[in-house]
Design a protein around this ligand. Structure first.
Ligand code: UFG
Length: 360
């Protein structure tokens, strides 16, 4: 049986102090669930957790537990799962810089595959039978055809994509073993396209160091923090020569996790693309950011960045057809506006937050 609508769950959110994980933490709490965050704060921000906690009222604060630790520490994680009565894990903790994965591949295999396998073993030890994994469209590599469906062959073109694909495989193999043994286990791997935007109440938001993503960089130019944005390649075979991506709002993205979790039945092994099903070029992003901010955004046309596929756009109809989920915030201006509001309210992100000093 699935968990069904309305039931309150105890969910472990790994990487809950990071960009996507903090939004998941906030929204799972808002939906009435109990959340246990585990984060080693290598790249996450303790301030994000403190802000989420601070925005909760009275008794609700007791529904958020923070544990600083590594997901790869099997026995400690199993103990945390048991002591908190966790029923489901949403696994966001990961390294997520494609470029870094090329220069330090073993860190990616260790973190994104190795530590994730230990986390899954901890779930096994503690009898946690529901698992949602943050996978990526990078597992598809450079597909011949877009939009991308879930059956598109997975052929990553960088260690980041491989490290995520390997864990998808570990999940499938474990699920099969559970089926043979009659063990109650169900999981989903959600393949994210380009996650963008921030909490519309501006309590938390996107804050990466270093920042490499297009929308934050464009907005930093609008704020006067950078001189210009460099367009990485203007000679692609796309409508205006620049790369096309499918940008999904972070709130929609994390909400999909809850809908999927509620729908899981023992034995399920799901794979869903999470995108809006429409692509925007780099130039369209910049033009929309100009309109949203009313600021000048200086552009320099540069050369291609290694490993960038020309177009990555999701066919997101499988999740809509199977469980009725689809993105609500599909207007690019609205997505960029939410990011803009966060940056305006928090020009230094979490850096000047009193809690930032403990953020590792
Ligand atoms: N871009 C620029 N200039 C910049 C930054 C980005 O032109 O300064 C372009 C990129 O070349 C790309 C597009 O903007 O065409 C989007 O780039 P991002 O770095 O924002 O995002 P990516 O598409 O490279 O990466 C995203 C996720 C990764 C994930 C990948 C899957 O951030 O975690 O999708 O391919 F692996």
């Amino acid at each position: 049986m699935g968990f069904g609508k309305g039931s309150r769950l105890r969910i472990m959110v790994t990487g809950g102090a990071g960009y996507v994980g903090s939004h998941a933490t906030q929204r799972m709490l808002a939906k009435g669930h109990d959340v246990v965050v585990i984060d080693n704060l290598a790249r996450g921000h303790k301030a994000a957790i403190d802000r989420i906690h601070g925005a909760l009222e009275g008794e609700a604060r007791k529904r958020l537990t923070f544990v600083q630790g590594d997901v790869g520490d099997r026995s400690a994680v199993a103990a945390t799962l048991r002591s908190n009565g966790v029923e489901a894990v949403m696994h966001f903790a990961a390294s997520a810089y494609v470029g870094e994965s090329v220069t330090d591949p073993l860190a990616y295999h260790a973190n994104n595959t190795g530590a994730a396998v230990e986390l899954l073993r901890a779930c096994h030890d503690a009898g946690v039978g529901r698992f949602i994994f943050s996978s990526t469209c990078a597992t598809y590599g450079e597909p011949e055809r877009v939009p991308i469906v879930e059956t598109t062959p997975q052929a990553p073109v960088n260690p980041y994509g491989w490290s995520k694909l390997h864990f998808e495989r570990a999940l499938s193999d474990y699920a099969e073993a559970c089926r043979i043994e009659g063990r109650d286990f169900a999981h989903a791997a959600l393949r994210y396209f380009n996650v963008a935007g921030s909490d519309r109440s501006t309590v938390i938001g996107e804050w990466h160091q270093p920042e490499t993503h297009l929308i934050p960089i464009v907005l930093e130019v609008a704020m006067g923090k950078r001189e210009h944005v460099t367009i990485f390649g203007t000679d692609y075979a796309t409508s205006d020569g620049t790369c096309v991506r499918d940008y999904i709002h972070v709130e929609d993205l994390v909400d999909a996790h809850e809908v999927v979790l509620r729908s899981l039945e023992a034995g399920d092994a799901r794979r869903y693309n999470l995108g809006i099903g429409r692509g925007y070029s780099v130039r369209e992003i910049i033009d929309t950011a100009r309109a949203v901010t009313g600021r000048e955004i200086r552009v320099v046309e540069g050369t291609r960045r290694a490993g960038d596929p020309p177009a990555l756009v999701a066919n997101a109809s499988k999740i809509a057809e199977e469980i009725g989920w689809k993105a609500q915030i599909t207007d690019l201006g609205a997505i960029i506006e939410s990011a803009w509001k966060w940056y305006q309210a928090n020009p230094d992100g979490y850096d000047r937050d009193p809690a930032a000093s403990s953020a590792g």
